[in-house]
Ligand binder design. Sequence first.
Ligand code: SF4
Length: 318
Amino acid sequence: MTFAGLRGDCGQCFGLCCVALPFAVSSDFAVDKAAGEPCRNLLADSRCSIHDRLPAAGFRGCTVFDCFGAGQRVSQETFGGRDWRSSPSASAMFRTFPVVRALHELLWYVTEALERADAADVHDELRTARKEIDAVASGTPDELAAVDVNALRDAVNALLLRVSEAVRAPEATPGATPDAGSRERNAAGSPSRTARQGAGASSRGKRRGAKVAVVPRSGKHADLRGVNWRGEDLVGASLRGADLRGANLRGACLITADLRDADLRRADLIGADLRDTDLCGADLTDALFLTVPQLAAARGDAATRLPRHLDAPAHWTP
Ligand code: SF4
């Protein structure tokens, strides 16, 4: 499996995300919608009638969603190409979709981890995990309904932590605290239509007494290599031009933070909340565990440097 199979392909899906997932009136959604209820903007051919003006129409939340390829897998593989509109299995499709999405998000992280040569010691275990998760995602609707996603996520996260430590090791500093665990959400913590409702709230794992570095509200051009800000509240932090190479930003809340021109190479950003984070001019070329939804939620420009497997969102300024 490659990244290509882990990106949404709406042409091979029947608009599952626009039906299966709920949302509530907020800054991201103009209306309430229950799980299993088709969005009022969904057309009969599964296209969105307001696709070219989602933010203006009050549906910004839809612009930062990605199914990691779960939509086409559930539509074409699990349910054999049947449209929920004419299928007696529609409710099963809607139950299955979030499960497969969660599994595909794990596959995204594992696939990236397998590309990191500096984490070669973990590759055998990662390959086994990828095979197992992919097999689980190929299950029947009943089998998928019984999947313990949290258990799988915990197992994968243990591997991803080892990858993170190996990748960040060159930037480790004596002052940086060990990766002892704080209020990181989980490995699969990227924004989703439903997660966005909670403003990146921690669904699991309160802080477990981890020692953390002092978080400056202003760290412009500061040398912050290897800093451990795992799960930290960095809302609106001023970090323009900061050297954050190898930083541990797992699950950090970076909403509206100023990271313009920051150096984030080798920084671990898994589950970090990047809503309206300013990444203009930032260097993320080998940042760890970035996802399409994270970038879509952030701001950036033509000077933002991204990992090879990610493209700049269309709405970023040129
Ligand atoms: S507004 Fe959002 S949920 Fe509704 S059809 Fe468009 S993309 Fe789908």
